[in-house]
Write a protein that binds this ligand. Structure first.
Ligand SMILES: NC(=O)C1=CN([C@@H]2O[C@H](COP(=O)(O)OP(=O)(O)OC[C@H]3O[C@@H](n4cnc5c(N)ncnc54)[C@H](OP(=O)(O)O)[C@@H]3O)[C@@H](O)[C@H]2O)C=CC1
Ligand SMILES: O=C(O)C1=NCCCC1
Length: 294
C-alpha cells in the first residue's frame, strides 16, 4: 500500500507491506492475523529513513478512522451503547478506542469464549465494568447506537431490522469484487484456510467471481447513507455494492473539511472502511519523529 501526503508543513512518503494469514489465531502460540511493515522514505529526497513495524499501527489507525467517521457522521447524537462484532485484533482495539464515549460496550464473537476473555481483560482495566459479552449477534446489535463489524464473515451478520433509528455502523471488512488483472498472491499453505472461508479455490485471485462479500446485509447498504474513506478506492473495491445500486454519499474527509454536511441524525449511516495508505504513512512519520526526539 503506497502512500504520500503533504499539507505544506507535514509530509510523509511510505509503503506498507501487509499480509493476511487467517490461521495465525489458531496457532499454539497465536500470532496476529494481519502483519505489516511500513517503509518510510524522506518525502523530499526519496531516501529510505526507516522500516517500522506496522501491525499495531494498522490496528490503531483503523479504529481511529472509525472513531473520526462516527464523530463526523453523528455530531449531535448522545451515545450509550456500542456493539462490536468480532473479538479479534480490530474488535479489541475498537473497544479500547471507543470505550469512553459509551456507557456500555457489548462484544459478540462467533466463538464466545474469545469474547468472554476479551471482556474480562477489558473490565480488569476499567473502573465501571462496562464491557459485556454476548452469545447472539442479534441481541448484541439491537438497541445499540453504534455498531462495529470486525470479522472475516462472508455472510451478513447484521440485518437492517435489528438497527435502531439513527444507528451508525462502522464496517471494517471489504465488500470485494476483484477486477480483471487485479491479483492477490496466496501462498499454497494458506489456500485451505482461505477456501474454508468460501473463497474460490480454482481461480485465485482470491474473491474472483464474488459480487458481494460483506458483514452487513444488502438492505443496510441500500437503505442507509453510505460513506467511505476514499471514493476512488471504493469505486473499485466496492464494485459489488455499486452493482447493487448502492450510492456512496461521500468521503469522511469531505465532512471533516466542511464540504459536506452530516446526514439527518435519524438516518442509519454506514462508514465502509477500506483502509488508506496515507493513514499508515502519517502514523509512521509521527512514530519516526517521536523516535528521533526521544
Ligand atoms: N478497513 C481497514 O482498514 C481494515 C480492516 N480490517 C478488517 O478487519 C477484520 C478483522 O481483522 P482482525 O481483527 O485483524 O482479524 P483477527 O483475525 O484478529 O480477528 C478476526 C475475527 O473475525 C472472526 N471471524 C472470522 N471468520 C468469521 C466468520 N466466518 N464469521 C464470523 N466471525 C468470523 C473471528 O472469530 P473467531 O475468534 O471465532 O475465529 C475473529 O473475531 C477483517 O475483515 C480485516 O480485513 C483489518 C485491518 C484494517
Ligand atoms: O488497510 C489495511 O491495512 C488492511 N485492510 C484490509 C485487510 C488487510 C489490511
Amino acid at each position: 500500500m503506497p502512500g504520500y501526503l503533504d499539507n505544506g508543513s507535514f509530509g510523509a512518503l511510505g509503503c506498507k507491506l501487509v499480509t493476511v494469514a487467517p490461521n495465525n489465531a489458531n496457532l499454539e502460540q497465536p500470532l496476529p492475523t494481519i502483519n505489516a511493515h511500513i517503509m518510510l522514505f524522506d518525502d523530499a529526497t526519496g531516501v529510505l529513513k526507516a522500516v517500522i513495524s506496522g501491525t499495531e499501527i494498522t490496528q490503531w489507525r483503523t479504529a481511529a478512522a472509525s472513531a473520526v467517521a462516527t464523530k463526523h457522521l453523528k455530531p449531535s447524537r448522545k451515545f450509550e451503547i456500542l456493539a462490536i462484532l468480532g473479538a479479534g485484533a480490530q474488535g479489541r482495539i475498537h473497544a479500547i478506542a471507543f470505550q469512553h464515549f459509551f456507557k456500555q460496550v457489548r462484544i459478540w464473537n462467533r466463538n464466545r469464549p474469545r469474547a468472554e476473555r476479551l471482556v474480562s481483560e477489558l473490565n480488569q482495566s476499567s473502573d465501571s465494568q462496562e464491557f459485556k459479552s454476548f452469545g447472539c449477534n442479534r441481541e448484541c446489535v439491537e438497541g445499540a447506537d453504534v455498531i462495529v463489524t470486525a470479522t472475516f464473515a462472508k455472510e451478513a451478520i447484521v440485518q437492517l431490522e435489528w438497527l435502531k433509528e439513527g444507528a451508525h455502523v462502522n464496517g471494517e471488512s471489504r465488500a470485494i469484487k476483484v477486477q480483471d488483472g487485479v491479483r492477490v498472491i496466496c501462498a499454497e499453505k494458506f489456500k485451505t484456510a482461505f477456501t474454508s472461508r468460501g473463497y474460490n479455490s480454482e481461480s485465485f485471485p482470491v474473491g474472483a467471481g464474488l459480487t458481494h462479500h460483506s458483514e452487513l446485509s444488502e438492505s443496510i447498504y441500500l437503505r442507509g447513507e453510505v460513506y467511505v474513506d476514499h471514493r476512488t478506492g471504493a469505486e473499485v473495491e466496492l464494485a459489488g455494492l455499486k452493482e447493487l445500486g448502492v450510492e456512496f454519499k461521500g468521503e469522511i474527509g469531505s465532512l471533516i473539511a466542511g464540504d459536506l454536511s452530516p446526514p439527518p441524525s435519524n438516518r442509519i449511516t454506514v462508514f465502509q472502511s477500506l483502509g488508506m495508505a496515507v493513514e499508515d504513512c502519517a502514523m509512521a512519520r509521527l512514530v519516526y519523529d517521536l523516535y528521533k526526539t526521544a
